[in-house]
Design a protein around this ligand. Structure first.
Ligand code: NAP
Ligand code: MG
Length: 491
């Protein structure tokens, strides 16, 4: 795998932006060095784009939307291009999986899973755009009223570093299916797959300017993009703090936004749960991608009679978890960057200093390079629901356990953070499954399952601080378009 990847990187060590169908450097010629989290070493560069580059990308997208061949294409034709892009991603699957895992530090099998999910988004949205239609509305005598779904225009997609390929795919798939054009800004720590897929979109035959990729620092390129008056709509996934800044920037032009801002997602385990079945799902929900997942199941609420049994079993599993290099394909990889590693370590240290019980702790592989950004997974037991570790999104492999007394108590605890993205409910009692699922404030509730990040077809998004708007499934097509009402008088 390492050999294969060296060949790819040797071919293209200096990645470029994609503007108007062409590969271009930043106007300033400046670049950002790309590090591999597994060993901390530089292996590529990306352009350090700023306001001038953003301006070029937005102009290209504007021109493509207003005057290009894209503006006259049917939903079927747009869908065929998306499907073709999905096929190209499949054909370049090994390359993309290797690139994504080296860029983000995630185990290679997760890189492969991300390729499969990305491919599936393009397949889904390739076939979905021509199934969205408007209504006719009963109105006054002598009138006919109908609605059309129209694209917003030029959409800005600001992408985080945790699942760049997947999150790009859900944005690009829905936005282009509805006829928008796009400027995508990936995170400076994980831009390579976005650039590569931008290149593949040119190969797939998308007209110039339909899909532009611009890299750079969030505070420069990202801020210039979200405040640009040529942008008609902004979709963002990332932290609540940056989400607030982007909403304020978009508000200066009164533009709409979709915000996916993370979570502190609970899984409720009732005493009648099939524990053996639940355990691997509970562990995976926080360990997948090293816990750097917006929908990570970071809180487990356990009914008191089975608390000790479940806590002990989870502790045993945590003690066996190993973090290591992406190509070693262990339980988890490194954190994305040194700041994220420190952030996770600080949460763990503060919780331990506050006297919270460590109920399990994994390890770092002895062969892992010392300069990699690794943290060992930690399980905290009997956590007080008001503790910082119980309330804040750590975005790392840190799981907190809580005991609850009854159904009311479980619902209260589940809803006791500022977030509301995903939840899990584990019980065999069918009536309770429905009751609890309805009362949890979360955009997705899994019953006897938990699908962190999964489900291309399933509408996804937050309540409360987790954000607003919906991505994935057909719902994303509504977010990525607006209703136009046309009224005919014919009496
Ligand atoms: P972030 O600041 O929210 O970054 C997400 C995206 O926004 C990146 O593309 C970033 O670019 C860009 N950005 C940053 N500042 C911007 C600005 N002022 N205007 C426009 N765009 C801007 O996330 P982060 O700093 O990488 O991570 C911090 C925390 O966010 C994490 O610890 C985690 O808690 C949370 N997070 C959540 C998710 C999620 O899926 N919900 C994903 C990632 C992070 P640059 O990276 O180039 O600055
Ligand atoms: Mg990187």
């Amino acid at each position: 795998m390492v050999q294969n990847l060296s060949r790819i990187i040797a071919q293209d060590k200096n990645f470029l932006n994609i503007i108007n169908g062409r590969r271009v450097a930043a106007l300033s010629q400046e670049t950002i060095t790309v590090l591999c989290p597994s060993d901390g070493l530089a292996f590529a560069t990306i352009p350090a784009g700023s306001a001038g580059d953003v301006d070029r990308a937005v102009s290209a997208a504007r021109e493509a939307f207003d005057h290009g061949p894209w503006s006259r294409m049917t939903a079927v034709e747009r869908g065929r291009l998306l499907t073709r892009l999905g096929r190209l991603i499949e054909q370049h699957g090994d390359e993309l999986a290797a690139l994504e895992s080296r860029d983000t530090g995630k185990p290679i099998r997760q890189g492969r899973a991300d390729v499969a999910a990305a491919m599936r988004y393009y397949e889904f949205y390739g076939g979905a755009g021509d199934k969205i239609h408007g209504d006719t509305i009963p109105f006054l005598d002598g009138y006919t009223a109908l609605t059309l779904r129209e694209p917003h225009g030029v959409v800005a997609g600001i992408i985080p570093w945790n699942y760049p390929m997947q999150i790009m795919a859900r944005v690009v798939g829905a936005a282009l299916a509805m006829g928008n054009t796009l400027v995508v800004k990936p995170a400076e720590d994980a831009s390579l797959s976005t650039i590569r897929i931008g290149e593949l979109a040119v190969d797939a035959g998308f007209p110039d300017g339909v899909l532009n990729v611009i890299t750079g620092y969030g505070r420069e390129a990202g801020a210039a993009l979200s405040s640009h008056p040529g942008i008609d709509y902004v979709t963002f996934t990332g932290s609540p703090t940056t989400g607030t800044a982007i909403q304020q920037a978009a508000a200066t032009n009164n533009r709409g936004v979709t915000m996916e801002l993370g979570g502190k997602s609970p899984q409720i385990v009732f005493a009648d749960t099939d524990i053996e079945r639940a355990l691997p799902v509970l562990v995976n929900a926080i360990i997948q991608n090293g816990g750097q997942t917006c929908s990570a199941g970071s809180r487990i609420l356990i009914e008191r009679p089975i608390y000790d049994e479940v806590a002990t079993a989870l502790g045993e599993r945590f003690n066996k978890l190993v973090a290591g290099p992406h190509d070693a394909d262990l339980d988890l990889g490194a954190m994305i960057n040194p700041a994220q590693k420190r952030r996770v370590e600080n949460y763990v240290r503060a919780a331990a200093e506050a006297g919270i019980d460590v109920a399990g702790r994994g390890s770092i592989d002895s062969n892992a390079p010392a300069a990699g950004f690794y943290v060992a997974p930690v399980l905290f037991g009997a956590v007080d629901p008001s503790a910082i570790i119980a309330q804040e999104e750590v975005f790392g492999p840190v799981l907190s356990l809580f005991a609850f007394n009854d159904e009311q108590d479980a619902i209260r605890l589940a809803n006791s953070t500022e977030y509301g993205l995903v939840a899990g409910v584990w019980t065999k009692d069918g009536a309770r499954q429905h009751r609890v699922a309805k009362r949890i404030r979360a955009g997705q509730v899994f019953v006897n399952a938990y699908g962190a990040g999964g489900g291309i077809e399933l509408p996804f998004g937050g309540f409360k601080k987790s954000g607003h708007g919906r991505e994935k499934g057909f719902e994303a097509l509504y977010d990525m378009s607006a209703t136009k009402t046309i009224i005919f008088r014919h009496d």
